[in-house]
Design a protein around this ligand. Structure first.
Ligand code: FES
Length: 623
């Protein structure tokens, strides 16, 4: 209780509390990850980790926000409130996994610093539909970080309880940001009324509990006070105060707690110096008023904490007229000792239940609530895992084996985009040339590596090579990731069986769909499309990966690599319309098993809004 750093003070109750909570966290994460892997074996583990830690953090945030009002409404929730700070810090650690993983995964490995990319990749700040929801999560994370770092009592004493408490009220801003982050992010992408209803239910629960507890407090404070001719305020009769407990009375917006202990009465200011806990809801333990929130203690007649602690409280004079207790509303300076008022006749001694962590024992009357509440949380979390997992859109098969590098031989080309043309056999064992777009590791195109290699052979019209690459595949469409190591491309001899690249006849077209980066869409990310993936796709396309357009209806799905009408790259010009529904017009030209789509980036793209024409779902809601 003094301004110096003291590591967390443990007691058996805190240890038990933390063990149960750790069990809850482990069960939730194991359950979420196992069910997701079972239901969606094609979902990459990174996405599962981001989702499991994110949903768990939201669940814990709701529990944290519910505990305060619950324990004001019903005292038997106080044992859960006792260790709320551990819940808060643990929640911050859990949300850190979600936040850091998402920032690195979606915004890292590219041309820009991940944090720069976070703010600049998606710049549709003007639109609620296309709003960069990740930024809301980022600011919520910063708030939770400040709260976690300042949660220790050192900061409480350093800043003063008033400032500290006011500062920690920003948790409600963080909560609002989290709600918007989820609504404008994953809920919009999944388009799931169930997920929306769950979040709405959580919000309504938190609001209702705060309104109910707030109304209870308001009603109490609004009670009319009765004064005698000297302006002293009537409190109650001694019989109305349980032994070692208090009755509170509000005078000019300030609460005074009148304690009865033995045949004595003392009055102190109701606000605990630790975190403004309501002392009048506490109890006298070992001769000291004991705060119900974390157990700070004060001597009732002296208005000060017992030695060696130094916290002081304002004290008040009492008088007993007949069987009526009156309090003088004029406070004495903090720490002023006041002789207790004696109750002449023997009063009925009632001893009410009280809990504080360091006492160890949870009273029987509290246990039934906890026996119901704690297992209920476990059951609710299991139900949530099942509901959330089942409300996720079906994820299509895609593959990217990070650990498997293969050798391929074929013709290497730089234009119209980096590619390897390989001779393969079709179903009927006839030879055919298959084109594989090439990308580099990370979020980079392969232009520079291919150009550097081909520049060694300026006089050769066609260059044949062996490369080391990883396969990225979705719906039978395949791209290759070149390994970033020395000699990953080796020249081999001319292969006449691979016929030169032939460009088909260009055809005017107009289509609806979305622009993706083929590396993520085909398998490096899953899902690698739509709003949650937008910033990552922009990062990839900025890094030189060829942008592709996909269009899909119930009959077919087609891929087109976007090229400028002048044959140049359009990467930077199309960033404004990546991963959202668009209408595009241009000229389609077939090359091997892929299509080119020649466009004028400025004139050819029209942004659409959600939901678009149901015949063309843009690959956004097709699952
Ligand atoms: S508010 Fe923490 S002990 Fe009183």
């Amino acid at each position: 209780m003094s301004v110096k750093y003291i590591p967390i003070i443990w007691n058996p109750f805190k240890t038990k509390y933390d063990v149960i909570f750790a069990l809850f966290v482990v069960l939730y994460l194991t359950g979420f990850i196992s069910i997701s892997m079972y239901l969606y074996p094609q979902l990459i583990i990174d996405t599962i980790i981001i989702r499991s830690f994110g949903t768990l953090a939201i669940l814990i945030l709701h529990i944290i926000l519910a505990i305060g009002p619950l324990s004001r409404i019903n005292k038997s929730f106080l044992p859960i409130l006792y260790n709320r700070r551990h819940l808060g810090v643990s929640m911050f650690l859990i949300v850190s996994v979600h936040a850091v993983y998402s920032i690195i995964f979606f915004h890292g490995y590219g041309v820009n610093n991940p944090l720069y990319n976070l703010f600049t990749a998606n710049t549709h700040y003007e639109s609620l539909t296309f709003f960069p929801f990740q930024i809301l999560g980022f600011f919520a994370y910063l708030i939770l970080m400040v709260m976690a770092f300042t949660s220790h009592d050192f900061w409480l004493n350093f800043l003063s309880p008033k400032v500290w408490k006011a500062m920690h009220m920003i948790v409600y801003i963080a909560y609002g940001l989290v709600i918007m982050h989820v609504v404008l992010g994953i809920i919009q992408y999944e388009n799931s009324p169930i997920l929306f209803s769950l979040l709405f239910l959580g919000l309504v629960t938190i609001l209702s509990l705060h309104i109910i507890s707030g109304y209870k407090e308001y009603k109490f404070d609004k009670k009319k006070s009765i004064t005698d001719h000297m302006g002293w305020v009537y409190v109650c009769t001694p019989n109305e105060i349980d032994e070692n407990c208090a009755k509170m009375v509000t005078i000019d917006g300030e609460r005074i707690a009148v304690f009865k202990y033995g045949n004595k009465l003392s009055a102190v200011h109701n606000v605990c110096k630790h975190q403004n806990g309501p002392l009048g809801e506490g109890k006298i333990v070992d001769g000291c008023i004991t705060c119900p929130w974390h157990g700070y203690q004060y001597l009732p007649d002296k208005g000060r904490a017992p030695e060696p602690f130094t916290e002081l409280l304002a004290t008040y004079e009492l008088k007993l007229i007949g069987d009526k207790i009156y309090v003088n509303p004029k406070a004495f300076p903090e720490g002023t000792a006041i002789e207790p008022t004696t109750i002449p006749s023997e009063e009925t001694k009632l001893d009410t239940d009280f809990f504080i962590g360091w006492l160890g024992k949870i009273p029987n009357s509290y246990q039934s609530t906890l026996r119901f509440f704690v297992p209920s949380l476990f059951i609710i979390s299991i139900l949530l895992i099942v509901i959330i997992s089942n409300s996720t859109n079906k994820i299509r098969f895609s593959s990217y084996d990070y650990y498997k590098t293969l050798s391929f031989e074929g013709e290497l080309l730089l234009k119209p985009f980096p590619m390897l043309r390989v001779l393969e056999m079709d179903k009927n064992r006839n030879p055919k040339v298959v084109l594989y777009p090439l990308v580099n590791e990370g979020k980079f195109g392969a232009d520079q590596s291919v150009q550097a290699f081909l520049s060694q052979y300026p006089n050769e019209k066609r260059v044949f090579v062996q490369i080391q690459a990883k396969i990225i595949e979705r719906d039978g469409q395949v791209a290759m990731e070149l390994m970033n190591k020395k000699n990953n491309i080796k020249k081999i001899k001319f292969n006449a069986s691979i016929t030169p690249l032939v460009f088909g006849k260009p055809k005017d077209t107009i289509m609806k769909g979305q622009i993706i980066d083929p590396k993520c869409y085909l398998g490096v990310m899953n899902p690698g499309e739509g709003k949650p993936h937008r910033s990552c796709a922009i990062n990839c396309i900025k890094g030189g990966i060829m942008p592709a357009f996909i269009t899909e209806n119930s009959q077919a799905k087609n891929y087109y690599i976007l090229i400028g009408n002048d044959g140049k790259k359009v990467n930077n010009a199309i960033l404004f319309a990546v991963a959202e529904p668009i209408e595009i017009k241009g000229k389609v030209q077939k090359i091997d098993n892929w299509n080119l789509l020649y466009i004028d980036a400025k004139a050819s793209i029209k942004r659409l809004s959600y939901p678009i024409d149901s015949n063309y779902n843009c690959g956004l809601f097709q699952h």
